[in-house]
Design a protein around this ligand. Structure first.
Ligand code: PMP
Length: 470
């Protein structure tokens, strides 16, 4: 039996819950919702209220939400400013579309564009990350006149046809035709890739590398790893396409794939290859945007690149169905070739929420907090790695962190069932974390960026105890 540490004190009383029981809700789900919807935990958790970095179940039990509604709660659950912005707009006008003028969408676009570097100044709002990536592909193809797209293995870009085509995990890809013209380059994964941090000859879970113009001093801490992985993109352009491509797309840190951080210079070199092949570069900032990486507002900045198109979702709206594609005026102009319309995109309510989120991130200095608390957690995770052999790798930036679990550090055999057990143990002690990686072997942390030092201590303490009983 695990002894749970105490959650940090929090002066907030959840409302009494009067709805159906978890068991009743589960029955309704089983009967009326698609069985493809999956649940975390053997004993499914029902969440009925949220405040800042915490959520409450139907019994009023509090949990530290270290997954943030899957990287979506950026500024904290039910942040009063976001709630108030939505409430005010809901009372005035809940819906209007872009066929009429409305101040919210125009002013929000201006505010969001101000956060972007270079020429990335034109926004198109949609409702989800999948839609944003679909639209980004359309723009890239319409702009370049090319068709082929390079994406990365181990990526996740959505569940619609376009997103699934870009995604590269068998677990998320249905056996139906999708993703015409998409080619997947090797993931620049410093832990499992061939030019990683460890002995490149160990284990059976390494990817085969197609081309290696830098063959030579490879292996532990290879300083050229970024270039070596990038060479695979060039090889794909040369061998799998006409030599002319529409786009390259990558998450700035692979989220669903298990918080994979690319080696330095990787995107920089890839962007050069892609642009010389006539393509545009798309950054999927669905998880990495809005200050979460701590050092930068956008994840792509950690790789020192400026993309041509940026897609955003999740944290952009702190829970509102809001997503965006931001690009240059030149690329944006290609969408005027035909009529393009999205009923809910840029809805006045979600734009009000989105604007409030931007303000809160700045006013409460959440990016700086993500850096500070992220460093604290990272250091603590490194200590846990020294203590628990199951932890093979600690990685991430700011408050987007992951630990990969392996049954054997030499072979890197994924510790899938152990990972599931750690998740269960954490939940029992009041901590919600996420899971990722092809084998479900990586624990992910992406809490609201308002996380406190005390929460980080609690998280590390719970995790430590969770590993002790796996
Ligand atoms: N891109 C990334 C990087 C994501 O993590 C996700 C969602 N997990 C998506 C795109 C798709 O977003 P949505 O679920 O809003 O369609």
């Amino acid at each position: 039996m695990m002894q749970a540490p105490e959650l940090p004190p929090f002066d907030y009383q959840p409302q009494p819950y009067r709805g159906p029981s978890a068991e009743e809700v589960l029955q309704l789900r089983r009967q009326f919702l698609n069985p493809g919807l999956f649940l975390y935990y053997k004993r499914p958790l029902m969440i009925v209220e949220g405040k800042a970095q915490y959520v409450f179940d139907e019994h009023g039990r509090r949990y530290l939400d270290a997954l943030g509604g899957i990287v979506t709660i950026s500024v904290g659950h039910c942040h009063p400013d976001v709630v108030e912005a939505a409430r005010r707009q809901n009372e005035l006008l809940q819906h209007s579309t872009t066929i009429y003028l409305h101040a919210n969408i125009a002013q929000y676009a201006q505010k969001l564009a101000a956060k972007m570097p270079g020429d990335l100044k034109v926004c198109y709002f949609v409702n989800s990350g999948s839609e944003a990536n679909d639209l980004a592909l359309l723009m890239a193809r319409a702009y370049t006149g090319n068709y082929d797209v390079i994406a990365l293995r181990n990526s996740y870009h959505g569940g619609n046809a376009a997103g699934m085509g870009l995604t590269a995990h068998r677990t998320w890809k249905f056996n139906v035709p999708h993703g015409f013209g998409v080619h997947h380059a090797i993931a620049a994964d410093p832990y499992r890739g061939a030019w990683g941090r460890d002995d490149p000859h160990a284990g059976r879970h390494y990817h085969a590398i197609a081309a290696d113009p830098y063959r030579g001093a490879w292996g532990r801490d290879d300083p050229h790893a970024g270039y070596r992985y990038a060479a695979d993109v060039r090889s794909l352009i040369d061998h799998a396409t006409s030599g002319q491509v529409a786009a390259f797309i990558a998450e700035s840190i692979q989220g669903v794939g298990g918080c994979v951080v690319f080696p330095e210079n990787y995107l920089k070199q890839v962007y050069e290859y892609v642009r010389s092949g006539g393509g545009v570069c798309i950054a999927d900032e669905v998880q990495t945007g809005f200050g979460r990486t701590g050092t930068h507002y956008w994840g792509f900045e950690t790789q020192d690149v400026v993309p041509d198109i940026v897609t955003m979702a999740k944290g952009i709206g702190n829970g509102a169905p809001l997503a965006a594609v931001v690009t240059t005026p030149k690329i944006a102009a290609t969408l005027a070739q035909r009529i393009h319309f999205n009923t809910f995109g840029g809805n006045p309510v979600v734009c009000a929420q989105g604007a409030a989120v931007l303000d809160v991130i700045d006013r409460e200095k959440l990016q700086a907090n993500a850096l500070k608390i992220g460093k604290q957690i990272f250091a603590g995770l490194e200590c846990l790695k020294a203590k628990h052999n199951l932890i093979g790798d600690v990685r991430g930036k700011g408050l987007l962190l992951g630990i990969e679990l392996v049954t054997d550090r030499a072979t890197k055999e994924p510790a899938t069932s152990e990972c599931a057990q750690v998740l269960e143990n954490c939940r029992e002690m009041g901590l919600l974390v996420g899971k990722g990686g092809l084998y479900g072997q990586t624990i992910r942390f992406s809490p609201p960026m308002c996380l406190h030092q005390r929460d980080a201590d609690f998280l590390l303490d719970v995790l430590d105890r969770s590993f002790s009983v796996v």
